[in-house]
Design a protein around this ligand. Sequence first.
Ligand SMILES: Nc1ncnc2c1ncn2[C@@H]1O[C@H](COP(=O)(O)OP(=O)(O)OP(=O)(O)O)[C@@H](O)[C@H]1O
Ligand SMILES: [Mg+2]
Length: 299
Amino acid sequence: MIYTVTFNPAVDCVVDIEHIRPGEVNRLAGEQVFFGGKGINVSVMLNELGIPTEALGFCAGFTGTAIEQWLREKGISTDFIHLKEGFTRINIKIRSDAETDLNGDGPAIDSEAFDQLIDRLGKLGKGDTLVLAGSLPKSVSNHAYEQIAELMGKKGVRTAVDTSGRAMLNVLRCKPFLIKPNIRELGDMFATNITDAAQAAAYAAKLRKMGARNVLVSMGREGAILLDENDKLHTCAACRGKTVGTVGAGDSMLAGFLAGLEQGGYDEALKLGTAAGGATAFSEGLGKKELIYKLLKQL
Ligand SMILES: Nc1ncnc2c1ncn2[C@@H]1O[C@H](COP(=O)(O)OP(=O)(O)OP(=O)(O)O)[C@@H](O)[C@H]1O
Ligand SMILES: [Mg+2]
């Protein structure tokens, strides 16, 4: 089974407005609600691809309940820790002359709640994969992923990590099965700016030396590279199509990649990941199965 952990899920409320007039009542031209958070996106995409998955993490209040219910209606099992205080954050995305995002911090996760998660992760075992995706909330130590990855390593669980900065660097010593930075996050880890696939491959090699087994670097419309655990480099150009919104493209790629590995080798996995990322970039919300398999034929 592929499990995902989302520390800070979100309800994204996307509103369209032609011109926003501060200090006045503004009428919206459209409004949409999306449920997400990076781990949740990965679970939704895995489910779309027919791969069994369970979403873990933290949720709180009425928004947390709504997310759980939505996932279960899709047929995705959930096992969230319910925080006693606060509510799962609501992010407001205003699409107007310019795009403005108002993102909440989310509810605080105390050490008791964190220990509950560790407890729940006890049910994972050999053959399982755990996806740790997204940034860690302020209330949690940036060694949290590392602590979890270490525990999973001892149990023979594969860990896939998609985060940035310190939290990503910290996890390397636990030899995660896979890490998926995007090109900007890869540069940030080394305080540099990476501009092409060759440079990305060189830095991916450094990350392998630092402990990562497989390094998947996504580069938006420039495609992706994978440096696998045998030091073989795989590259894949992005799919061609009309970009609608790239939010969740990286999460979709990670899910597609893991789904591909259930059935084939690294090349197939990289292609399915690329098609899933592309389908999301070309859709409102996450991409759907029909489009993913259509795009796969381009690759
Ligand atoms: N505009 C695009 N056109 C075609 N494919 C795209 C586009 N954007 C993303 N993709 C595909 O999705 C993959 C992941 O995208 P990207 O590198 O933007 O991830 P990311 O920055 O981690 O995204 P996020 O964190 O928002 O989910 C890319 O490697 C590519 O294959
Ligand atoms: Mg990303």
